[in-house]
Design a protein around this ligand. Sequence first.
Ligand code: GLU
Length: 384
Amino acid sequence: MLFSKRVQEMLPSSTLALVELANKFRERGYDVISLAVGEPDFTTPHHVIDAACRAMYSGKTHYTPPTGIKELKEAIAEKYRNENGVDVTHKNVIVTPAKLAIFISVASFIDPGDEVLIPDPGWVSYREMIHFARGKPVGVRLDESKDYRLDIDDLVNKINFKTKALIINSPSNPTGAILKHEDIKAIRDVVMDFDLVLISDEIYEKIIYEGEHISPGVYDDLMHYTIIVNGFSKSYAMTGWRIGYLIAPNRFIPQLEKVQQHTISCAPSMAQYAALEAIKDHESVRKMVAEFRKRRDFVYEELSKIEGLHVKKPQGTFYIFPKYDYEIKSAMLAEELMRKKQVAITPGSAFGMYGENHFRISFATSLENLKEGIRRLREFLSEI
Ligand code: GLU
């Protein structure tokens, strides 16, 4: 066979596949409501676009240093020092798309056979990236009855001599739950006792409705084991710019940087200048989050009224993850909903085995779409 085993075995991204499916139905003339992908419907703030244009017109269209332009790295380190209480400098930062930051982290630490603990349900790409590195993803259950908080006993039970790393994601895609101080403290003990690498995916950091975001990097001793991953896509409506970053202890940076050099070389120069502008803009984030909150409240209320659904109110992100009582697998439910009512949602099974009997709705779309999408969903559920 032409293709490598690792690529043949890789599953396509379900979140992205559903976007394609929705587009196909649209091309055929159907009126599709997409509640599938996690992408803000707002345009990138104009002053951010202007900053990128200015950079390009002034000739900033070349390679930058592999780890990024110094001004942006300094701004990122300053943000983490001031907003998150993490003691880092620009030397700890590599500017790179957030998805690639996770890939770089996995590629840098995982040897064939190594095990990586991941949240289950958890974002669809962690598993495939670990498989790609020939490692083994091991799901740690996030239980609905425990508000989708990481089950520390389950975590410890799943550690063995092959366990190399732990990935956490707070606020969580798809559950919207947030890790609390006590969770981070428990994680700290586990990571340090078992000498694990902690990858903390903080991409939804700014999209929070209740509680606060706590980065594990707040503990200096834990930061010694931690790679923080964050980016501009979700908070600043910049998905198309492919710009984010990782923050890691000095001892990790040279190895991580090699992977950056041999893959992307550097993040796009114009996107880096855009990010430098965005990182100072608290007002646009505040407005977008206020809008997301209205949508969250609406979606939560409406879904809670539907019989057979059990809904937890997300504390962050723009996802809601209802559990359902119907006798139908989530992949089939999503497919049928698309075929019969032209509404795209993401099946819970895409997020791991504990995601079965759930589905994810992204409310990063207009209230009008949400109203119509939920109306059709209710109709569909009443017919099964
Ligand atoms: N992270 C988003 C989602 O879960 C965007 C698609 C992706 O990267 O998976 O929908």
